[in-house]
Design a protein around this ligand. Structure first.
Ligand code: BG6
Ligand code: MG
Length: 211
């Protein structure tokens, strides 16, 4: 898989940076305001899931009914809280090995793209000071169908000027692994093998990939 790799497509949240804790704090504060408790275990269900779908799950947990308009308002309010946290993000929060691995791939001529569901991806990359390492960025603003649909990875691959079989995806969410498989790409799971069925290889973090 790695021998033929001409393009590497990285998920953002959970692969490059641990933003899950900030998503959690923002959702928890919204839940508190709505009068129910939202646990870290509940938060696991939101990993890799789009903002609106995350809100739908949150409201289901709190057994709260809301109109589409109210949902839009709640999602926007959660995002305001989230952006406040990530505006303090610092380069030191890059997950171990990320800068070294991306730099190494580039030096070997491998093209690099981001394939994320987040609409805050560009902001996060600039905060982490790694935007320059990416040849293409595809995020939640450019995609209609969320993972496990392969759309985000297919657009990224096209932007790199490559074929799906030449790309390898790096993903921490089960839905993302499924999206990569549906796209016809190799996939490296980041996390626990039992939670990432179908991945060609699973490592605990990007640092394990450095030769
Ligand atoms: C994914 C995260 O990368 O992006 C999800 O894993 C998140 O937890 C989703 O809900 C959308 O992010 P944002 O920044 O657009 O709210
Ligand atoms: Mg992720």
């Amino acid at each position: 898989m790695f021998e033929q790799m001409k393009g590497a497509i990285f998920d953002l949240d959970g692969v490059i940076v641990d933003t899950a804790k900030y998503h959690y704090l923002a959702w928890r504060s919204l839940a508190e305001e709505l009068g129910f408790e939202f646990t870290e275990e509940d938060n696991e269900r939101l990993k890799g899931v789009s903002r609106m779908e995350s809100l739908n799950i949150l409201l289901e947990i709190g057994r709260i009914d809301a109109s589409d308009e109210e949902r839009e308002r709640m999602a926007a309010s959660k995002n305001e809280r989230y952006v406040e946290f990530i505006s303090r993000l610092h380069e030191s929060e890059l997950l171990p090995g990320v800068r070294a691995y991306l730099t190494d791939l580039r030096s070997r001529g491998v093209k690099i793209a981001l394939g994320s569901a987040s609409k805050n991806a560009e902001f996060i990359l600039s905060k982490l000071n790694i935007r320059g390492l990416f040849d293409a960025v595809v995020d939640g603003n450019q995609v209609v169908n969320a993972k496990p649909d392969p759309e985000v990875f297919l657009i990224a691959c096209r932007k790199l000027g490559l074929e799906p079989a030449e790309c390898v995806v790096f993903e921490d969410a089960a839905a993302g692994v499924q999206a990569a498989i549906a796209a016809g790409m190799g996939v490296v799971g980041i996390g626990r093998a039992d939670l990432l069925p179908g991945a060609d290889k699973v490592v605990s973090g990007v640092d394990e990939l450095i030769a």
